[in-house]
Design a protein around this ligand. Structure first.
Ligand code: 6GU
Length: 250
């Protein structure tokens, strides 16, 4: 998969050299290119923003640098087979970023990220490129960041770990919270590793019982309890038919 990020803070994307995404790049599974938006400005101050039409606080990102940057980046690639490039615009006004959307994005051959600072990008840029490619305006949660770069890191990590061969163990995302399947719509419960006793704290006996049925039952109960406590909205939203007898007893 190819990823391009156009930003006025290229150094903000340094974490893409580290950990899972960094390793996927080193292995050639991800081709990440970070571009400085100011390369496509021509005035002495490399201006990328201006005051909003209609007045109001803050600044708006000018359309010309974005248009030139996006044209240059989009013209530089041939990763156009299948679904072709998609433009991802992180914004608190976007649609919620979910595991389902991460999966959808992970199937695209090429993602181009346009994170904004200030009050956002002149709307005509999104409208213009929306005519040529799929544009995803995405929010990573109900809070406001100072810019979209942190959201690019979040989205990239969620997408990269879904790419074939990026996670060591293909089973590792089967039980993820929010993954479709038996534990759909339940959060993952607690986990334990060695030693069996730490600071006087032991582990649940069932986990060393060797009884796989009981372990599965315990995990489901813990997942259910944690979900009811931390995310009652997920329980409300779930199909009652997906509850089993054990869930109902909790
Ligand atoms: Cl994607 N961008 C910004 N600036 N703030 C956000 C966000 C994105 N998602 C939630 N808050």
């Amino acid at each position: 998969m190819r990823l391009d990020v156009i930003t006025i803070f290229p150094e903000y994307l340094e974490p893409l050299n580290v950990s899972l995404v960094g390793k996927a790049r080193a292995r050639g599974q991800l081709d990440v290119r970070v571009h400085d938006l100011r390369e496509w400005t021509y005035d002495r101050h490399n201006t990328v923003d201006d005051t909003p039409y209609g007045g109001g606080p803050g600044m708006v990102m000018k359309p010309e640098p974005w248009g030139e940057a996006l044209d240059a980046v989009l013209d530089s690639g041939t990763e156009r087979d299948g679904a072709g490039p998609a433009l991802v615009v992180p914004t608190p006004s976007g649609r919620p970023f979910t595991q389902a959307l991460a999966m959808e994005l992970s199937e695209r051959p090429w993602l181009v990220f346009a994170p904004a600072r200030y009050e956002g990008i002149d709307r005509r840029v999104i409208d213009e490129y929306g005519q040529r490619l799929d544009v995803y305006e995405v929010s990573i949660g109900d809070y406001v960041l100072a810019g979209g770069e942190a959201a690019v890191l979040v989205i990239t990590e969620a997408v990269a770990r879904l790419l074939p061969g990026v996670l060591g163990n293909a089973e590792s995302h089967r039980d993820d919270s929010f993954a479709p399947g038996a534990m759909a719509d339940l959060l993952e419960g607690p986990v334990y590793t060695k030693p069996p006793e730490w600071r006087g704290r032991t582990i649940p006996d069932v986990l060393v019982s060797g009884h796989h049925g009981k372990i599965a039952r315990w995990r489901r109960d813990e997942a259910f309890r944690r979900t009811a406590s931390n995310r009652p909205d997920l329980i409300e939203r779930c199909d009652p038919a997906s509850f089993d007898k054990g869930d109902r007893a909790i």
